[in-house]
Design a protein around this ligand. Structure first.
Ligand code: PGA
Length: 237
């Protein structure tokens, strides 16, 4: 039996609500299995409405760890859920490096997502310096152990080596598979582990051919509905 494979797009800070609706309308007839899109906060509601009755699931790229409160400019899990999100990325490397998210914050956000009935997509990955210093295993295990301490619930993990994100240079399938095996050793068997970092239509098939790789998290190549559909087709067929 073919393994169940997941495809998630991460738009980052691209696309207005209007553009999101156009994209969802273009993508819907091109995909024949479930696909996930992590869109900007302001596009969640419109994208989720446009995705109704299709195989497209809409999610967010971040949430605040508190249920509510005096946190100017932040967005809660409950707000995301009500807007139409069914999942949320947590601990993406851009959040960690550009916005100072620590492993402990990632842990608290994970708990919040589960409490608010959003599927967390926990992102982990080593930097180039860490890889070159032989610390990949140590870093991945630390990120996962701190994030998952005492956590019970369904989640998805994405291994995204920082050096492969947005660089055009993806990890080789063998490197990814080895890192996935490390992640897997900290997770229960039912947790899917996705690969992210310069996934394209040209390299996706070799990546998901590895039994350790349960799907892909796609940044830049998800911005075109046609390119994302090509990736989804290769993964889901
Ligand atoms: P990329 O981004 O596909 O553009 O490398 C992946 C990600 O940041 O999730």
């Amino acid at each position: 039996m073919a393994k169940h494979v997941l495809v998630i797009g991460n738009w980052k800070m691209y696309k207005t609500a209007h553009e999101a609706v156009q994209y969802v309308r273009a993508l819907a007839p091109l995909v024949h299995g479930e696909v996930f899109l992590a869109v900007p906060f302001t596009a969640i509601h419109a994208a989720a409405e446009a995705a109704r009755g299709t195989k497209i699931r809409i999610g967010a790229q971040n949430l605040h760890e508190a249920a509510e409160g005096a946190f100017t400019g932040e967005v809660s899990g409950m707000m995301l859920k009500e807007a139409g999100a069914s999942f949320v990325l947590i601990g993406h490397s851009e959040r960690r490096t550009l916005f100072g998210e620590t492993d402990e914050m990632v842990h608290r956000k994970l708990l919040r997502a589960l409490q608010d009935d959003l599927i967390p997509v926990l992102c982990v990955g080593e930097t180039l310096e860490e890889r070159e210093a032989g610390q990949t295993e140590k870093v991945l295990k630390r990120q996962l152990k701190v994030a998952l301490k005492g956590v019970v619930g369904k989640l998805i993990v994405a291994y995204e080596p920082v050096w492969a994100i947005g660089t055009g240079q993806s990890a080789t399938p063998e490197m990814a598979a080895a890192a996935h095996a490390i992640c897997r050793s900290c997770l229960d068997a039912s947790t899917p582990v996705l690969y992210g970092g310069s996934v394209k239509p040209e390299n996706v098939a070799q990546l998901v051919a590895h039994k350790e790789i349960d799907g892909v998290l796609v940044g830049g190549a998800s911005l075109s509905a046609q390119t994302f559909a090509q990736i989804a087709k290769k993964v889901l067929s």
